[in-house]
Design a protein around this ligand. Structure first.
Ligand code: PAF
Length: 282
C-alpha cells in the first residue's frame, strides 16, 4: 500500500490503476480504524480491483464544542490495518490540501430532507460538512463505488441522496455494523468510555433489541415504547439525545402499519455520544 498526501499524487496513482482497467472502490474514514473500518475495506476488495481509503479528520463537520482537537489520530497503526485489509492506496491529506482557500469561503453542499432532525438537529452544520467533504473526496478519487458503515445510518442516507440528487457517477454501498461480542457497535469514540461506562454501553443496543421485539409482537403505540425505552436508558446512566422510530427508506417519522422501520438512537454515556440503530422489518 502506498500513502499519498496530495491530490496530484492521488490522481496519478488512481489514473494508473484505471489505465490498467481496474475498478476503483473507495472507503472514506477519519482514521483511528477498528474492525468496522477493516470490514469496509475488505468488502471494497471483494467488489473492485483497486481499493482506495482516505483518512481525513474533517474540521467542517465538527461543531465548535465538539472533539475535533482530541479526535484520536493514529496514522501508523491505521496504515498497518489498511495494508493488512488489502487497501492499495491511502489518501491522507492535510487540512490545507483539502481546503486551500480556508474553510470560511468553502462552497458547501446542503442535502435537504434526510439531513434534518436526528443528528442534524443535535449537530447543526454537521451533515453539510460531511456532504461537502464526501463530494470533494468523490471528485478527487473518482471511484466506481464507495462504501459506508450502516452504524451512521442517517449519514448513509444523506450520502445516498447526495449521489442521487447531484448525479454523482458513484455507486453507494452500505455495510453492516460490526459489533463487539457484547453487542456494542464499534466506534472510534468508544475509546472515550471509562471501564465502568464500557460495561454499561451494550445496554444501548440491548434496549433497541427489546423495542424491536415489542414491535414484532404487535406493539403499535410508538410513543409509549419510546418513552419506556428512554426511561430504561436513563436509569442505566445514559443521557438520551434522541430515540426515534422512523421509516427505513425516507427516515420520515414512522406510522403504525409501516413495515420497513428503523429504530435510531443517540445517547451520551459520560463523554462520548454513542450512536446505534436497529432495522425492523415487520
Ligand atoms: O463516517 C466518517 O468517518 C466521516 O463522516 C466521513 C464519511 C469519512 C466524512 O468525513
Amino acid at each position: 500500500m502506498i500513502t499519498v498526501k496530495t491530490l496530484r499524487e492521488l490522481r496519478a496513482a488512481v489514473n494508473r490503476a484505471r489505465g490498467e482497467g481496474k475498478r476503483i472502490a473507495f472507503v472514506p474514514t477519519m482514521g483511528n480504524l477498528h474492525a468496522g473500518h477493516v470490514s469496509l475495506v475488505e468488502t471494497a476488495g471483494q467488489r473492485a480491483e483497486f481499493v482506495v481509503a482516505s483518512i481525513f479528520v474533517n474540521p467542517l463537520q465538527f461543531g465548535a464544542n465538539e472533539d475535533l482537537d482530541s479526535y484520536p489520530r493514529t496514522l501508523l497503526d491505521d496504515q498497518e490495518k489498511l495494508h493488512e485489509a488489502g487497501c492499495h492506496l491511502l489518501f491522507a491529506p492535510t487540512v490545507e490540501e483539502m481546503y486551500p482557500d480556508g474553510m470560511a469561503l468553502q462552497t458547501q453542499v446542503q442535502v435537504s430532507g434526510v439531513s434534518e432532525g436526528l443528528c442534524g438537529a443535535s449537530r447543526p452544520g454537521h451533515f453539510s460538512g460531511v456532504a461537502t467533504v464526501v463530494t470533494k473526496l468523490f471528485n478527487m478519487v473518482q471511484p466506481d463505488l464507495a462504501i459506508f458503515g450502516e452504524k451512521d445510518f442517517q449519514q448513509l442516507a444523506v450520502i445516498r441522496k447526495l449521489a442521487r440528487d447531484l448525479n454523482l457517477p458513484v455507486q453507494i454501498l452500505g455495510a453492516p455494523t460490526v459489533r463487539a461480542e457484547d453487542g456494542l457497535a464499534l466506534s472510534s469514540r468508544n475509546g472515550y468510555l471509562s471501564a465502568a461506562e464500557r460495561d454499561i454501553a451494550p445496554r444501548l443496543q440491548a434496549t433497541l433489541q427489546e423495542m424491536g421485539e415489542a414491535l414484532r409482537a404487535g406493539e403499535q403505540d410508538f410513543a409509549r415504547l419510546i418513552k419506556n425505552a428512554k426511561a430504561r436508558l436513563t436509569r442505566s446512566g445514559f443521557k438520551v439525545d434522541y430515540l426515534e422510530i422512523r421509516h427505513a427508506e425516507s427516515l420520515k417519522p414512522a406510522n403504525p402499519g409501516d413495515q420497513e422501520l428503523i429504530i435510531l438512537a443517540a445517547a451520551y454515556l459520560g463523554k462520548p455520544r454513542l450512536l446505534d440503530n436497529l432495522p425492523v422489518n415487520l
